[in-house]
Design a protein around this ligand. Structure first.
Ligand code: HEM
Length: 528
């Protein structure tokens, strides 16, 4: 066939398809919502494509919320999306156990991570995994990590000392130092106490940074949303390499943990260990003569123990599935997830309190009252007394939620106010937009930790502050993250003061899978 005829037929079919599609009930319901003007087929792609990631964040989370309200539509391409930035509306979606599906919203990572907890699109599989992994984040398990968090703070303090020396007391970028610290916190606890070598850490960070870039590119460039086309591009090729690297390093974590469990055990003893570990109160009738250490510790199963057990003992997970779970636990991106979300929270916290010396001093006063001159580890009891520290962490997570936008795919029509959100639509829940919405938090751009004093929370909608999302599919690592943040940041502030160079330009946020800084986060750090 002549190429011209082929093109004409293709254009005709596309026009017919577009005409039918644009008359559909789905499109009519979406178009009833306020939102920026769309172009045929391209939707809002032209609005988005010309923006850099910093402008994209402002536009989506602040400008358009102001212009169109806290419920508006956006069409990055033919895939329309509804953005929500108000707690009452978010609650209607997040609280409902029927609306836990992410649909294909997180497809840019598939097929590699499609069956890990944060990305699972199959509801049944998600329920199975969530039920299985919940005990690994039980408060008793988390409390057993206190020592590790204290040790990691000491190691991070040494790194700061080296950086201060290397920079002759001048400013330096804290990004990689704090990311490494958060990665250690996850690796040495949830991932089975494995210490990573510097080069392995750097490789993992590179993998996840590349993946983040790829995901954003696929959202804003509509042609990359076709898998077959994407795979033909240089970006598709890079995606393959990156994902294979991530899965490979995750499999190594699993193998390493399995080896350490198996060490000096027969196969039978190994399986018995895993079974015994699961029981909170170990039954004396068990045949446990050879596992007395485990019996004594009465330990609950950690994340790695649980998934190795499910694979090796119960056969409920394949080797590939557990590698995917481990991969997302390392990064737990989207949002989701793990070292990056926690590392970013630490970075934004240090930057923010460096910019607000009054609040830094209030935390330091509190630390001095609790620890005096003692150089001892931080305990759970200490944390209950470090109230201003907690308010500052919460206010940082309000201003800089590590996961700025999360998504759900609606399995049925949902009535919200005067609008009907049609079945199958992707809802983008803008945590950043809600936290910066002046109707939810007055004077939203100002750092005011006192917002979190109990008396100031009265009357605030329970979903208004949701850095960890809310409802059945909220962050499984929320308590872990808060504990790690409090211990590590308290210990750093016991040893160092943090300042910003007053003439340095402000560090801004980038609209990304996670909320990253647009420039190096340079601080002047001095010993207390
Ligand atoms: C400051 C730190 C953190 C923040 C702000 C954060 C935020 C979030 C958010 C907003 C979600 C919901 C995503 C969605 O609904 O699409 C989520 C999910 C998740 N987070 Fe976190 N997270 C943090 C730390 C962690 C840590 C330390 C872990 C694990 C050790 C973790 C593990 C997960 C997992 C597995 C999910 C998926 C849960 C599910 O789909 O059932 N997160 N996180």
């Amino acid at each position: 066939m002549e190429p011209t005829i082929f093109i004409l037929i293709f254009a005709f079919l596309l026009a017919v398809w577009y005409l039918l599609w644009s008359q559909s009930r789905f499109v009519r319901l979406i178009n009833a919502l306020p939102g920026p003007k769309t172009l045929p087929i391209l939707g809002n792609a032209l609005d988005l494509i010309n923006l850099n990631q910093q402008e994209l964040n402002r536009k989506m989370s602040i400008e358009w919320v102001k212009k169109y309200g806290s419920l508006y539509r956006l069409s990055p391409s033919i895939h329309s999306m509804v953005i929500i930035a108000a707690p009452e509306r978010m609650e209607e979606i997040l609280r409902n156990p029927k609306y836990i599906s992410k649909g294909s919203a997180y497809y840019p990572t598939s097929p590699y991570l499609s069956s890990s907890l944060p990305f699972a699109t199959d509801d049944q599989y998600w329920r199975k995994s969530r039920r299985l992994l919940n005990p690994a984040f039980h408060i008793q398990v988390l409390n057993s990590y206190m020592n590790v968090f204290n040790e990691i703070s000491v190691a991070a303090s040494h790194e700061f000392e080296k950086a201060i020396e290397a920079n002759n007391g001048g400013e330096f970028d804290i990004f990689h130092l704090m990311m490494g610290c958060a990665m250690d916190a996850i690796c040495e606890t949830v991932l089975g106490r494995k210490k990573l070598k510097k080069e392995d850490k750097e490789k993992l960070i590179w993998h996840w940074e590349s993946l983040r870039y790829i995901i954003v590119q696929r959202y804003i460039k509509p042609w990359l949303q076709f898998n077959w086309l994407f795979e033909l591009t240089a970006l598709g090729h890079k995606n393959k390499i990156v994902m294979e690297g991530i899965i490979e390093s995750s499999s190594k974590f699993v193998q390493c943990h399995r080896d350490s469990l198996k060490q000096e055990s027969t196969e039978k003893e190994f399986k018995t260990k895993l079974n015994i570990l699961q029981d909170e109160s170990v039954n004396n009738n068990n045949n446990v003569s050879d596992i007395t250490d485990f019996e004594k510790s009465k330990k609950k199963l950690g994340f790695m123990d649980l998934i190795v057990k499910e694979c090796d003992v119960n056969g409920n997970y394949s080797e590939k599935e557990i590698a995917q779970e481990v991969a997302t636990m390392v990064k737990v991106t989207q949002p989701a997830w793990g070292f990056e979300t926690t590392g970013l929270a630490m970075i934004w916290f240090l930057y923010t309190i460096a910019k607000h010396p009054k609040h830094q001093q209030m935390i330091v006063d509190e630390l001095d009252a609790v620890f005096g001159n003692e150089d001892r580890p931080c305990t759970l009891q200490d944390l209950t007394e470090l109230k201003h520290l907690k308010y500052c962490i919460k206010e940082t997570l309000r201003l800089y939620p590590s996961a700025p936008l999360i998504m759900r795919c609606l399995p049925e029509d949902v009535e919200i106010g005067e609008y009907t959100l049609p079945k199958g639509v992707t809802v983008g829940l803008s945590i950043y937009g809600m936290h910066h919405n002046p109707q939810v938090f007055p004077d939203p751009e100002t750092f005011k930790p006192e917002r979190f004093l109990p008396e100031n929370c009265i009357g605030r909608h329970p979903f208004a502050f949701s850095p960890f999302s809310a409802g059945p599919r909220n962050c499984i690592g929320q308590k872990f993250a808060m504990l790690a943040l409090q211990v590590i940041l308290a210990n750093l502030l016991r040893r160092y003061h943090f300042f910003v160079n007053p003439s340095a330009p402000e560090v801004m946020t980038l609209q990304d899978v996670t909320l990253n800084p647009n420039a190096p986060v340079k601080l002047v750090v001095s010993k207390r």
